[in-house]
Design a protein around this ligand. Structure first.
Ligand SMILES: [Zn+2]
Length: 488
């Protein structure tokens, strides 16, 4: 047991899923787009240019508030955050300060191996991104710096947690859940490779069992979940050994060096008042009516944890299956649509088809989740019908795979394909007995081993029988028949 406890708070920036920027009509440029190809007088801070708030971004911010279980403020205020940096042409960033859009929320995370924990969300507010400085072109270092303003004004939501996170694993679980919620509700695509989700970590250690926190260290701009985990673990180690040798951990802002797997000091911590926040004079306060909030909630519908609980309660799914199905909103919708066409007894077979055949085929054909319920895949009614055939034993596992693929391809009903492809499972006793006799005849050695008490010896005989029947023998009846013949 360590003498110290770790206290972590995360600030996550997620790019909102809009077509245009936060305060101008510039298109959001692809991250591969030529530098400065999507800019205008507003997002480059030309004199006299005035910002206009993107209402889609506000709608997504309200949705985020609902998804994060926050109080969404009826009135919130944009503020200027002033600092000088070459990639910030206005010399201020429009953000929100003392009156953010969302406050006092919570996110429930899963802990391994079991259990859950609530991480409180202090606030979530809207802001615009800054540009990018380039110190190298590809592998060529420059002796000057270039700036690309394409990202200036890209709409972001910053989600600030309370310091309720106590380990790297909890931070990872929290980020995983945030990402799922943002994607589920269509708020952000959270593509980390494109810089659509970035994270700052605040971490401090305190003596176990005490209330007094050590100095806070901030690790800036982490762009993968793994980097967050590694940086936290490194920082816990660094601060623990400092404290154990009687040193004080300085308040600090640090950067994570991926290659060297360590954090390095960036600058002394800037206090909030250094930014000289003041209300943005060019924008009126943001008013969110009760109607607008209710409309956003209605659009999100059921959130993943509620859906998972419903799947377990209504369809008797186990925790694992329900978690797999609700890992993605669209996948869970395939399940719901299929279950609409069948009964609860087939829920397990429907789950197996979705988690197995459906996902494998969708991945192979690179079908996007939002197209899972489109004509590009299998009809839910056909998936449900096939699941019913599997449950009833009309079709065995390998025949089910073949029928699934054919139904996906042709749109035909599984009952029809079963006949067309001659794949009906055979349960006829006389036929089963005939196949079993042939299989035993061809595997005398194994048959003798089984008689001598080796259960395992049954394997090759059943295998031979399935081969002879081209997979059509009912496996349960086949097993019973072989055992009976060998016992006799
Ligand atoms: Zn612009």
């Amino acid at each position: 047991m360590s003498k110290f406890e770790t206290v972590i708070g995360l600030e996550v920036h997620a790019q909102l899923n809009t077509a245009t920027k936060m305060f101008c009509s510039c298109q959001l440029a692809d991250y591969m787009a030529p530098a400065n190809s999507s800019i205008c007088p507003v997002c480059t801070g030309q004199p006299g240019a005035l910002p206009v708030t993107n209402s889609k971004a506000v709608e997504l911010g309200v949705k985020a508030g609902a998804a994060l279980n926050c109080h969404v403020n009826g009135i919130s205020v944009f503020a200027r955050k002033n600092y000088f940096y070459p990639d910030l042409p206005k010399s201020y960033q429009i953000s929100q300060f003392d009156r953010p859009l969302c406050e006092a929320g919570s996110v429930e995370i899963d802990l391994k191996p079991s259990g859950s924990k609530t991480i409180r969300v202090a606030r979530a507010h809207l802001e615009e991104d800054a540009g990018k400085s380039l110190h190298a072109l590809g592998s060529r270092a420059l002796d000057y710096t270039l700036v690309d303003f394409n990202r200036c004004g890209v709409p972001l939501i910053e989600i600030v947690s309370e310091p309720d996170i106590n380990s790297a694993d909890e931070a990872y679980a929290y980020l995983t859940e945030l990402k799922r919620l943002m994607q589920w509700a269509g708020i952000s695509q959270c593509d980390m490779e494109k810089g659509e989700l970035r994270c700052d970590v605040n971490i401090s250690l305190k003596a176990a069992g005490t209330q007094e926190l050590g100095h806070k260290v901030e690790i800036k701009n982490l762009n993968s979940f793994k980097a967050v985990k590694d940086a936290i673990n490194h920082e816990i180690g660094r601060q623990t050994s400092m404290l154990e040798s009687g040193e004080t951990v300085a308040q600090d802002t640090r950067l994570w060096h991926e290659k060297e797997q360590k954090t390095v000091s960036m600058r002394s911590k800037e206090m909030a008042h250094d930014y000289r926040y003041f209300p943005e004079p060019d924008l009126v306060p943001l008013r969110i009516t009760e109607d607008r909030l209710e409309a956003a909630k209605a659009k999100i519908g059921e959130l993943p944890r509620a859906r998972k609980a419903r799947f377990m309660k209504d369809f008797g799914l186990n925790n694992y299956d329900a978690a797999v199905l609700t890992s993605d909103r669209y996948l869970s919708e395939v399940f719901d649509a299929s279950m609409n066409k069948t009964t609860k007894v087939n829920a397990k077979a429907v789950t197996n088809l979705i988690a197995g055949e459906f996902l494998a085929r969708a991945n192979e054909l690179k079908i996007q989740p939002e197209d899972y319920l489109s004509p590009k895949t299998i009809l839910p009614a056909n998936l449900a019908e096939l699941a019913g055939m599997v449950t009833a034993g009309t079709t065995g596992p390998s025949a089910a795979k073949t029928i699934f693929a054919a139904s996906w391809e042709t749109g035909k009903k599984p009952e029809i394909l079963l006949r067309e492809l001659g794949l009906a499972q055979v349960s006829d006793t006389a036929q089963i007995e005939a196949w079993a006799k042939e299989a035993i005849e061809a595997n005398q050695g194994a048959a003798q081993d089984f008689k001598n008490g080796s259960e395992k010896a049954l394997g090759p005989i059943v295998g031979a029988m399935m081969k002879k029947s081209k997979g059509k023998a009912n496996p349960k009846l086949a097993n019973e028949m072989i055992k009976r013949l060998l016992a006799g």
